[in-house]
Every structure is written in structure tokens, then in C-alpha cells.
Design a protein around this ligand. Structure first.
Ligand code: CTP
Length: 411
């Protein structure tokens, strides 16, 4: 789990050094981001030495070279995507106000807006600043957005006053981090099989038939499932993507190979999410030598491949099976038909012609059609976020399935 620790300017900034050590001892990977005022209280070198990672201090690097600036400007997006939890300790009244109002004028505030990770905030400030209606309103606003606030302790403050405002104890902050990360691991105990990417059906040693597919959606699903604690097997067609952390990947090329690998892995899976763009047809004959060019029209005979989704869903028993539907028209109608004909529990349908959807993009626009009749139309969002929503729906369907059994056992 990757934690980004935001350190802001306050006397308590030195306590964040011990926090880094404790988080690391608990197995978290910690990236420190410091605001300008934090650097008045403690040096980045302290955190760099403790975390073993470069500390991020600016939105735009100190260097005036345009390349360095560009690198720095896009780095917050990369850090945002890598972050599993954003922790700010100590958090000043200023950073709380900026987060609440969406001001993005440095690295940490920009990261807050760019990240979808859960947020934990441990405020520390003067008692009057903490009690001020402006701060309390801002804190409430963040809480309403889902941030976990680790309330400051009461006591003697550096400013000489006594009251609430002292950074909460490390144990309390660590407990909040544990609680939030645990709730993120709601797929622990599940074994999830994901298929992704295209398949390639060879005509001869140099040519093949394939589908347009980057594999990004399936890889995002595998990554989300692994981060939420599932054991994940990813059966992947040829793609140009890195294997997500903690995912066991099985590479295949053809629909037949994918069929074999999926059936094999399905035996041990509790959930299957088949996002691959499997070729529906393959050449009847694969030539051993390259087909030579001629003047006459060339006819290629194709035969259907196995519908992998339908094949595994036929005997799914208690397992949850999710399919995708890439459509260009009548999306809902086709998706509902696929849900029934393939015996799936959920179909993730997208209109590949819609703006912000489809191939080789980082965003998607989908509707989730569930077995129990629910249609959930999602707005355009990053594929990583779509993946999270799919996992939420899997958990909902699992609970629905278990509910009658639970009632039965109570009788
Ligand atoms: N699928 C599969 N095996 C195939 C074809 C498709 O497992 N041979 C799965 C895909 O992984 C996806 C779902 O079926 O989860 C729907 O794929 P899609 O291409 O949208 O639908 P098809 O069933 O191929 O129907 P059509 O191409 O006629 O729309």
C-alpha cells in the first residue's frame, strides 16, 4: 500500500518524521510531500533519509529548465495515481481551507484534487484557529466528502495556550490509517479471474486477425481487485502494459489459448471478470508459409471461436461472472440480451463511439446491467474508477446472493 504523507507548516511537523518510521514498520510505502511552510520547520533531507525516497516539495521544480518544469508539473498526476491513501499530518488551518475549497496552488493541494484515494487528516494548530467557525466549517466539508479527521488533542500548545489543537498521538493517527486501509481491502478471501486485451488469430506466420483493444480496462480491473485484497489471476492477450502489483499474469495469444487458460483458472476463482476482446472468428486454416500476393481476390474462410464467457458462466454455480459488451448502437438492448444469453451476473456495457469511451483511452463511459434488474449509468470517468465501481457491484451481487442463504440458516 502506498501512502502519500503531506507535511504542512507547523511546530508538529517534526512529529511526522516518527510517523514515517512507524508507517514503514507497518509495511506501508511512504512518499512524503512537503509544503513550502513545512520546510521552515523541518528539512526535506530528514524525510528523504527516513523514507528512502525523494521528497516532493514543489509543483514547479526549482530549476528554470522547461523540461524539468514539465516533468514536475505532470509528476503530481503520477503520484496521485500511485497513491492508495493521502495522509496529511500535521494539517494546518490553511491546508484544510485549501482542500475544502479546491484551491490548487502547490503540489499537495493539486495532488488532493488529482487523487481519488481516501484521505486522512490530522490537524494541528492554535486553539482559536481550530475553534474558528471558518476552520470548523472547512473540516465539516472535508468530513462530508469522506475524509477521516483525526481530531487534535487538548493540551498545552506551542503558542502558550491550552486547549484542542495539538496533533493527535501517533497511535491514534496510525489507527485511523489502519481503519481506512482495511475498509479498502473488502475483497480479501476472494480469488478473482480477469481476462484482458485482444486475441490474435493467425492467418500465416506474419499476418493475423485481431480486435481493437489496449487491455487498459481489464488491467485496471485486475489492479483494483488486487488493491482491495483479492488474489488475482490475469489472463492476458498481447498488450503493451505492465502487470499490476500483486497480480499473477498468464499470457496467451489466441482465443483457443485464452479459453483453455480461463477454464483452468476459473476452477479456483470465486469471481470472473472477462474484459478481453476475444476474436469471434478465426481462420479455418493457418498457413505454414506466408501467403503470396496475387491479382485474384483472396477469400479467407473463418470459423467461430468458443464464447468463453458463455462457456464458463454456464456452470458457474455460486460464482459471480461479469462480462463486457462493446457496442456501437442499441447499447442497453444488446447488453441485456448478452446478460441473459451468456448467463452472466453483470454486463459492463459501453458505446465505443461515445466521447471519452472506448479503445486505448484512459477514460470510459459505461452502464452496469445487473442480474437483479439494476441499471447503473456512470458518467465519464477514469478506467481505474470504473474498475472500482465494477468491484463495488460485484460485492453487492455477492451480498444479494448470500442474503437468502443467511435467512435460510436462521430459520
Ligand atoms: N467473449 C468471450 N468469448 C468470445 C467472444 C466474447 O468470452 N468468443 C466475451 C467478452 O470477453 C465480453 C463479452 O463476451 O465479456 C461480450 O463481448 P462482445 O464482443 O461485446 O460480444 P459478442 O458476444 O462477441 O457479441 P457481438 O460481437 O455480436 O456483439
Amino acid at each position: 500500500m502506498r501512502i502519500t504523507l503531506g507535511v504542512t507548516g507547523g511546530v508538529a511537523a517534526y512529529k511526522a518524521a516518527e510517523l514515517v518510521r512507524r508507517l514503514q514498520q507497518e509495511g506501508y510505502n511512504v512518499q512524503v510531500v512537503m509544503t513550502r511552510s513545512a520546510r521552515e520547520f523541518i528539512t526535506p533531507l530528514t524525510f528523504a533519509a527516513l523514507s528512502g525516497q525523494k521528497v516532493i516539495t514543489d509543483l514547479f521544480g526549482d530549476s528554470s529548465g522547461s523540461e524539468a518544469n514539465l516533468e514536475s508539473a505532470i509528476e503530481h498526476i503520477a503520484v496521485a495515481q500511485r497513491t492508495d491513501l493521502l495522509l496529511v499530518a500535521p494539517a494546518t488551518a490553511d491546508i484544510i481551507a485549501k482542500f475544502a475549497r479546491g484551491v490548487a496552488d502547490d503540489f499537495l493541494t493539486t495532488l488532493y484534487l488529482a487523487s481519488t484515494a481516501p484521505v486522512v487528516i490530522a490537524p494541528a494548530m492554535n486553539v482559536n484557529m481550530w475553534n474558528h467557525a471558518a476552520t470548523q466549517e472547512n473540516v465539516e466539508m472535508l468530513r462530508a466528502r469522506g475524509a477521516k479527521i483525526v481530531e487534535p488533542d487538548e493540551g498545552y500548545l506551542a503558542c502558550g495556550m491550552t486547549g484542542p489543537g495539538r496533533l493527535a498521538g501517533l497511535e491514534e493517527i496510525l489507527a485511523a490509517v489502519r481503519e481506512v486501509t482495511k475498509s479498502q481491502r473488502d475483497l480479501e478471501g476472494e480469488t478473482i479471474l480477469v481476462s484482458a486485451g485482444p486475441t490474435c488469430e493467425d492467418l500465416d506466420p506474419v499476418r493475423y486477425i485481431t480486435n481493437r483493444s489496449s487491455g487498459k480496462m481489464g488491467y485496471a480491473v485486475a489492479e483494483a481487485a488486487a488493491k482491495r485484497g483479492a488474489r488475482v489471476f490475469l489472463v492476458s492477450g498481447p498488450v503493451n502494459l505492465e502487470t499490476p502489483a500483486g497480480v499473477e499474469r498468464i499470457d496467451v495469444r489466441t482465443a483457443e489459448e485464452m479459453h483453455r487458460a480461463v477454464v483452468e483458472q476459473f476452477a479456483q476463482a470465486s469471481v470472473a471478470i472477462l474484459a478481453a476482446a476475444v476474436a469471434d472468428y478465426r481462420p479455418v486454416e493457418r498457413r505454414g508459409e506466408k501467403i503470396k500476393k496475387g491479382v485474384a481476390p483472396l477469400a479467407i474462410s473463418l470459423e467461430p471461436t468458443t464464447d468463453i464467457l458463455a462457456a464458463v458462466a454456464r456452470n458457474k454455480g455460486e460464482k459471480i461472472v461479469v462480462g463486457f459488451a462493446a457496442e456501437t448502437d442499441h447499447v442497453a438492448e444488446h447488453a441485456r440480451k448478452k446478460l441473459a444469453s451468456k448467463n452472466a451476473d453483470l454486463i459492463v456495457a459501453n458505446d465505443v463511439t461515445a466521447e471519452g469511451a472506448g479503445f486505448d483511452r484512459d477514460t470510459n463511459v459505461v452502464t452496469l446491467f445487473s442480474r437483479d434488474g439494476r441499471d447503473l449509468a456512470l458518467p465519464k470517468m477514469p478506467k481505474s474508477e470504473v474498475a472500482q465501481r465494477i468491484m463495488d457491484e460485484v460485492i453487492r451481487l455477492r451480498a444479494l446472493r448470500q442474503a437468502p442463504a443467511a435467512r435460510h440458516s436462521n430459520v
